[in-house]
Ligand binder design. Structure first.
Ligand code: HEM
Length: 456
């Protein structure tokens, strides 16, 4: 159980998560107890026990978050609830992110990518920051639709203030990031209230999740309160944003490290690009369904990076399972990362090998988007935006092979090149940084340099 009060919190948040979990699993087995963030916890990493907690006896395990996070996102947000309120909301959120609902957004997402990529020319970018810009713009469209209301710019700026304080110490003192974030959160409520009232009065609900919320009111004459809508809009932007940006950063890192794979993905995407040229059109949803290798690269990235190492639940009553006793009030942590790295389910788990997904994984062993009632409703959107970005990156940028050795010697590693520029990963560090999600060190800095005329 570690030290009094702090338990093993420091170790969990500073050690490599792969070794933190696997060391304990080797020593104590698939189910063991510890003490994290001031609470006694049970960590579980057998697919059967995880299924019990998230699916078959999910009613005995409620979601739980630190009170400061709940305050910042908003207490009415979907993540914090169980039962009828949760399932009513979940239907609406799911409806908004089903393939049939997001297939029409492909060209909007494509436009974001086409505006973003050229801004990287001639500079060193932090991949993670750029992926955050991208994922944030997609999240805004998904939450509020693509119509440009005056309020949207304000909402964007306020959300960014809120985000800065999200992972800070929850110290409610003048000048602290937490106090500033809470102030931004209040203003966000006001901005969203104005937007909701404007759309309700005009009868034009607009697109995105907000459109679905307002449309549902008409059908059932059962209005969600402004606070309920606002907390869930902010919650979805929050859930959609850093998660997807971290996965996108890992995809680029893995492709950079596996040149043959990058070649094969590029070939798959060039074939699609050729068809688009012939038909003189942009990408469609159907095109994104014809990218099997790229899809497997994304699946393997989700497994290998496991950016959500675990999730939190709390036992609402004493529970017994296979001889283990979980007392009421204890936290229960399903360890997705440990299951994704178990050699019984994923042979040679340390190897980045998308071909393992040519056959479907064993049930309940692959859960990058969770499982059960709280499973992620945004999984298709996250995959779609990754496919669209990879299409444009690989077709406008080709692997650059010559003089790799010289570049390595100069401290750069070759990444990708297009007709106008070449990309290099700056530095040669293979480390991982944590907070909130694990990402390549320094967010994977990449230098984009114009090509010299004499280069091939
Ligand atoms: C690759 C990116 C993403 C990953 C890895 C991811 C992962 C997850 C996981 C593991 C959960 C379950 C948490 C739990 O059981 O406690 C979850 C829940 C959720 N995700 Fe995602 N997510 C991603 C992107 C998105 C996107 C794009 C959206 C936007 C719609 C989204 C919206 C949500 C929501 C609203 C929930 C809460 C669902 C509920 O409580 O019923 N996520 N996500």
């Amino acid at each position: 159980m570690g030290w009094p009060y702090i338990g093993e919190t420091l170790k969990l948040y500073t050690e490599n998560p792969n070794s933190f979990f696997s060391n304990r699993q080797k020593r104590y087995g698939d189910i063991f107890k510890t003490h994290i963030l001031g609470c006694p916890c049970v960590m579980i990493s057998s697919p059967e026990a995880v299924r019990l907690v998230l699916v078959s006896r999910a009613h005995l395990f409620k979601p739980t978050y630190p009170p400061s996070k709940e305050k910042m996102i908003g207490p009415e947000a979907i993540f914090f609830h169980q039962g009828a309120y949760h399932s009513g909301l979940k239907k609406l959120v799911q409806a908004s992110f089903l393939p049939s609902a997001i297939r029409g957004t492909v060209s909007e997402i494509e436009n974001i990518v086409l505006k973003l990529i050229p801004t990287w020319n001639n500079c060193t970018i932090c991949t993670l920051q750029e992926m955050k810009r991208y994922a944030f713009d997609v999240a805004m469209i998904s939450a509020l639709g693509d119509q440009h209301d005056l309020e949207m710019e304000g909402i964007k700026n306020l959300y960014q203030c809120l985000e800065k304080g999200y992972n800070s110490m929850p110290l409610d003192l003048p000048g602290t990031p937490f106090r500033k974030a809470m102030k931004a959160r209040k203003l966000l409520n006001e901005a969203l209230r104005r937007l909701i009232e404007k759309r309700r009065e005009s009868g034009k609900h607009g697109g995105g999740l907000l459109g679905v919320f307002l449309g549902a009111e008409d059908e059932k004459h059962n209005q969600l309160s402004v606070a309920q809508i606002a907390d869930n809009i902010i919650g979805v932007i929050f859930a959609a944003h850093d998660t997807t940006a971290s996965v996108l950063t890992w995809v680029l890192k893995y492709l950079h490290d596996n040149v043959n794979l990058l070649d094969a993905v590029t070939k798959e995407q060039e074939e699609i690009q050729r068809k688009l040229f012939e038909a003189n059109r942009g990408l469609t949803w159907d095109d994104t369904r014809r990218m099997p290798l790229t899809g497997r690269v994304i699946q393997e990235t989700l497994r290998s990076a496991s950016i959500l190492s675990f999730t939190f639940r709390e036992a609402v009553q004493d529970v017994e399972f296979e001889g283990y006793f979980i007392p009421k009030g204890w936290k229960v942590l399903p360890l997705f990362r440990t299951i994704h790295n178990n050699a019984d389910f994923f042979p040679q788990p340390e190897k980045f090998d998308p071909s393992r997904f040519e056959v479907p994984p064993r049930p309940n062993t692959y859960m990058p988007f969770g499982n059960g009632v709280h499973a992620c409703p945004g999984s298709e959107l996250a995959k779609l935006e990754t496919l669209i970005l990879l299409h444009h990156l690989t077709t406008s940028c080709r692997p650059w092979k010559w003089s790799t050795v010289a570049l390595k010697a100069s401290g750069y590693r070759v990444f990708l090149v297009n007709s106008k520029s070449r990309w290099q990963v700056v530095g040669d560090e293979d480390g991982i940084q944590y907070g909130p999600f694990p990402v390549p060190k320094r967010g994977l800095p990449i230098k984009v340099i114009p090509r010299n005329r004499n280069e091939p």
